[in-house]
Design a protein around this ligand. Structure first.
Ligand code: PGA
Length: 249
């Protein structure tokens, strides 16, 4: 049985003061033993703050990107070992905003996933199609190709330490959500593709849905057989909404 995961993606938002207030409210509303795993993915400067405020709680924390390099002269980059050093359990890799605005290719995303996993940080590998790709009936081919690039570089042991996130690009921050059936279809395709490589790992892999998941649609989405939680953007910045999604899981 896969345990659900609800992960917040704060993107480039927050201050020391607003983060502290948000985390305090989340911890207060969570109770001692939430029924699912919970995490927040914060901007790099605030990961040490997350460690300070969340260590020993039910809320894990993670980064939003990781360098493809291990260490050295790569100004501005953050390594997997650094993320591990500030206690990150997770790191997002290949978010569509990084693919679109920073030119990240499938191959680069796969190398980042490898770096994270080898540093002891679970990569949350994001895949998803644009609206034009969906309309051209290329969804399966696009997300399949994004996953295949990762499968090509991770060995079986690495693969058992990743999380996948299906985030249709057209649903991110737009208020348009994939219907539970649409999302389930893609999640099932991803799981079948994983199963071709390793059926046991495929059965265990947590596959999140992301893209305008809100308190009013979270329950139906997460009720689908292959949807194991959510990657939450906008709604993760409001404690009440984030808590409502956690309680729906
Ligand atoms: P959204 O973002 O929930 O605001 O659509 C999701 C994401 O980009 O991870």
């Amino acid at each position: 049985m896969r345990r659900k995961l609800v992960a917040g993606n704060w993107k480039m938002n927050g201050t020391l003061a607003t983060n502290a207030a948000l985390l305090k409210e989340i911890l207060h509303g969570l109770g001692t033993l939430p029924a699912c795993d919970v995490a927040v993915c914060a901007p790099a400067p605030y990961l040490a703050q997350c460690q300070q405020l969340l260590d020993g709680t039910a809320v894990a924390w993670g980064g939003q990107d990781v360098s493809v390099h291990e260490a050295g002269a790569f100004t501005g980059e953050v390594s997997g070992a650094m993320l591990r050093d500030v206690g990150c359990r997770y790191v997002l890799v290949g978010h569509s905003e990084r693919r679109a605005y920073h030119g990240e290719t499938d191959a680069l995303v796969a190398q980042k996933a490898l770096r994270a996993v080898r540093a002891g940080v679970v990569p949350v590998v994001c895949v998803g199609e644009t609206l034009a790709q969906r309309e051209a009936q290329q969804t399966g081919a696009i997300v399949g190709g994004q996953l295949d690039a990762v499968l090509a570089v991770l060995d079986d042991a690495d693969l058992s330490n990743i999380v996948l996130a299906y985030e249709p690009v057209w649903a991110i921050g737009t208020g348009k959500t994939a219907t539970p059936e649409m999302a389930q279809e893609v999640h099932a395709t991803l799981r079948q593709r994983l199963a071709r490589r390793n059926p046991e790992t495929a059965a265990q892999t947590v596959i999140l849905y992301g893209g305008s998941m809100k308190p009013d649609n979270a329950r139906q989405l997460m009720a689908m057989a292959d949807i194991d939680g959510g990657l939450i953007g906008g709604a993760a910045l409001k404690a009440a909404d984030f808590l409502a999604i956690i309680h729906a899981a």
